[in-house]
Design a protein around this ligand. Sequence first.
Ligand code: NDP
Ligand code: ZN
Length: 374
Amino acid sequence: MKAIAVAPGAGVPEVVERSVPEPAPGEALVRICRVGVDGTDYEVIEGSHGGLPDGDNELILGHEAVGVVEDANGTALEAGQYVVPTVRRPPTGVETNAYFERGEPDMAPDGEYVERGIVGAHGFMAEYVTSPADDLVPIADDLAQWGFLVEPISITEKALEHARATRSAFDWHPESALVLGTGSLGLLTAAMFTETLGYDRVYCLGRKDRSHPTVDIVERLGATYIDSRETPVPEIPDAYEPMDVVYEATGYAKHAFESIEALAPNGVAALLGVPGDWAFEVDGGRLHRELVLHNKSLVGSVNSNRGHFEAAIDTLADLPEWVLEGIVSGIYDLESVDRAFPEATARVPAGGRGSAGTVDDDTTIKTAVEFEGI
Ligand code: NDP
Ligand code: ZN
């Protein structure tokens, strides 16, 4: 079978030949249909995040997948059913641990998990994969074509669950939300705030000139686009309003601290970005005081569990089709797989595999690889 693999830090993703995996007891065999590409994949390709499975020198990419059960292998699943796999698994050679037993692998610390397609385990960019049936979340046939968006939406389901939990001790009625970032995670989250969570006023911060497809999506959602080059985050309360919720999806480390200044009293900021090391100055006294005197909360969040995937499937069903079509700027088969990774191929030196013409322009938002039509 064909798969898409990379030697992290050493190249661009390539189509490789692998044997079809055999499901172990409790596992099903899944024929993969579509797999999304996101910022994490680029970090894995560059070698700045994640790592190889033990004993391998290439990693099969992909953690945002939808497929169809090929062989239920005696599990409760049925052949022909569409499923979305979750990402975390117990460490290699370990059957389970307390986090997995509780159904909270997303709360496991480093070393207590592997992540398929990211760290320590092969991913889902292959014609066939196996997975424990318990880690395959069924999705309705009519949603399956967008099933690769369930994983990123589940990231926001978890982050907002944790953000709400920090405000659960008092009567909290958030009305305003600010999303930092107009990448796929930021745009999906902005759409959740306007379309499914019913926030009155939603703002989304980016750094693109009008007209750009991301700005168009923000405005068609009825949200307000804020250009960070004109209005830096700390100035947003004066220019617009202080925010009940801030959702950071830029990976720009200063935003973690500036979020505190963008919050209204009693507000909460969820931080999702995964920046590299970066030392800079902040007025720590002022930010500490702001957090305390105005009951503000900052919460970091990574990954998601099966419950968040189930919530994400419900959310996906409620998002308008035009949003999904706008965010997914291209779906490519194996023949044109370079186009699914425009940022990786863009970095290949002249004469390399990413030949001229494969690099998309600045309008790419999110891509996916298609192994099998839906
Ligand atoms: P993208 O790289 O697609 O999106 C990031 C966006 O932030 C880009 O549109 C970028 O703009 C924008 N941005 C960066 N700096 C600024 C700035 N100073 N002002 C305005 N906009 C800015 O990533 P994703 O959407 O896939 O993910 C967002 C972040 O979340 C990433 O850091 C990713 O690593 C992280 N992530 C975290 C997860 C978790 O579980 N915690 C899961 C998935 C992702 P431009 O396009 O102009 O560069
Ligand atoms: Zn992802």
